[in-house]
Design a protein around this ligand. Structure first.
Ligand code: BYC
Ligand code: FE
Ligand code: FE
Length: 473
């Protein structure tokens, strides 16, 4: 494998040293990134040392090295998965069977840049959304996980900025600047996609975000790792190795809250968990409803000519494209799509190419359901009769067919009156917000956890749960 050039200011496995122009452009962007990190990264912890993993090489054994670092000193680097030994062939669309492109094909330049910018924009957005959470961490273990996610999202930004600088010339450099100028929730220059402008005000929201929204990242990156543009494919392939931990943080985070809540319910023989200082299951359900629905929006419209074009031109494939047993061109194929027709919800066979967003959303939904099933197992084990559910895909949508209607969590098209009467029941409201805020008190004693969340089953990198994951002195 290519060694990682770790002594350089920008650790990389792309031979930056041999490309002075590119190196200079990136070295020019680096201090701007650092300034952004200092201004909008984890508030109050810039001088704190945390036990973080850093990628030092891209092979199986070497990509995760653990040590204490101050986050601004984290070695954000540029790592592409190794090229495949035989030059990779494009796996789908009109160019199927042709060699993957080492450079940007001129005719797809604008579209490809837009996809990379959209992907890149989400990474710093999430860091901005999460920047206040450190102050209210439920444990030192959780604090470390938050920071791990944050630095890796920072590295994902680097990954996209590298592609912009290396392959898109002046436009790319301008886009790289703009990635630091748009900010989550900013009224003038918001982030591109809806979910990345929502606040992440508390740790329940953070875990939900990591479960639902980082999982959109998994599915988008999995589609982009099929890309005919080889540098994008290899970049995304390596990003996916880091993404798994983000979803682990989300799934176990929510799972530990569910665990604690169930224990409090069983011990106190009561549904009124708030009296015991826990987070009641209906509040957890409302947060599922919110984060799931805004994350479903991230897949775009059910019927999308953009998606058809990305596929046909070889820019963005399907989830597990190579495992699929069909012609990988889809010109004649159809796919069932659930849509709103008037005030009815119907399922229609649509041209498969135009339905690719929906197909990816279906893969995502099945994956989310598996996680929810595991949460429900935790509840059941405590002997409690309650089931968490994913709401209907049409519930609370702002993008696509369902954006025009009000749909209840159980999938009925309803009127404004019924929506308004139930909104507080279905989505987090002021009362939840105030209660959760009252719970968010920092716990900094090693091995201790806030009352509303269970301890994890094990620590990080073989360390005990009460390990000093963050040096808070
Ligand atoms: N909000 O044909 P349509 C991650 C726009 S998460 C606002 O329906 P298309 C991460 C759309 O741009 C992964 N606008 O959609 C997670 C288009 O605008 P234009 C992020 C939206 O293009 C956690 C118009 O509506 N990666 O990594 O097929 C922490 C009609 O579009 C939204 C990507 O998204 C929305 N929700 O698909 C950190 C991958 N949805 O072009 C990181 C790259 C749609 O008409 N992006 N629009 O002006 C894409 O593949 C596509 O852009 C999308 C949209 C799937 C997002
Ligand atoms: Fe990311
Ligand atoms: Fe992530």
């Amino acid at each position: 494998m290519t060694g990682v050039d770790y002594l350089e200011r920008i650790p990389n496995n792309v031979n930056l040293r041999d490309n002075r122009r590119l190196l200079r452009a990136l070295e020019d962007w680096q201090p701007k990134f650092l300034q952004w990190w200092l201004d909008l990264g984890p508030e109050g912890f810039q001088a704190t040392r945390a036990y973080l993993r850093t990628a030092v090489s891209v092979d199986k054994d070497g990509w995760a090295q653990f040590d204490y670092v101050k986050m601004p000193d984290y070695r954000w680097g540029i790592f592409l998965a190794e090229p495949e030994p035989d030059r990779r062939l494009i796996g789908f669309g009109d160019h199927r069977g042709q060699p993957a492109w080492p450079e940007v094909p001129g005719e797809h330049r604008g579209v490809l840049r837009r996809l990379i910018v959209t992907q890149g924009d989400t990474e710093p957005a999430s860091v901005e959304q999460q920047r206040h959470l450190g102050r209210t961490c439920p444990s030192v273990y959780d604090l470390r996980n938050l920071f791990q996610v944050n630095v890796e999202e920072g590295r994902h930004l680097w990954a996209m900025v590298y592609l912009l600088h290396a392959y898109f010339g002046r436009d790319g450099r301008e886009e790289a600047e703009a990635l630091l100028q748009r900010h989550s929730g900013d009224t003038d220059k918001p982030r591109i996609l809806g979910a990345f402008n929502e606040p992440t005000p508390d740790w329940l929201s953070f875990f939900m975000f990591s479960f639902f929204t980082d999982r959109d990242g998994k599915y988008q990156l999995a589609s982009l790792q099929e890309s005919g543009f080889d540098p994008l494919a290899r970049t995304c392939r390596f990003m996916l190795t880091e993404e798994a931990h983000h979803m682990f943080v989300g799934e176990t985070g929510v799972g530990r809250i569910v665990q604690r809540t169930s224990e409090l319910m069983r011990q106190g023989k009561t549904d009124e968990v708030r009296k015991e200082g826990g987070i009641d299951l209906p509040t957890i359900q409302r947060h599922i409803n919110l984060h799931y629905s805004v994350s479903l929006d991230l897949f775009g419209s059910e019927i999308s000519t953009n998606a058809a074009n990305y596929y046909t031109t070889g820019l963005k494939g399907r989830f597990e494209e190579t495992k699929k047993d069909d012609d990988h061109r889809l010109k004649e194929a159809t796919y069932p799509v659930t849509l709103l027709e008037g005030d009815r919800i119907v399922t229609r066979e649509m041209p498969a190419l135009n339905a690719l967003n929906e197909r990816l959303r279906d893969d995502y939904i099945a994956d989310c359901q598996r996680g929810v099933d595991r949460w429900n197992q935790i509840i059941k084990k405590q002997g409690i009769d309650f089931e968490l559910k994913l709401p209907h895909r049409g519930f609370h949508r702002a993008i696509g067919s369902f954006a025009e209607a009000r749909v209840s969590p159980d999938g009925r098209v309803i009127g404004e009156a019924e929506w308004n009467a139930n909104r507080e029941e279905w989505l987090p409201g002021e009362r939840d917000r105030a209660y959760l805020t009252s719970l968010m008190l920092p716990v900094s004693k090693l091995g201790r956890f806030a009352n509303w969340i269970a301890a994890p089953a094990r620590g990080i990198n073989g360390k005990p749960v009460d390990f000093e994951y963050v040096r808070l002195d």
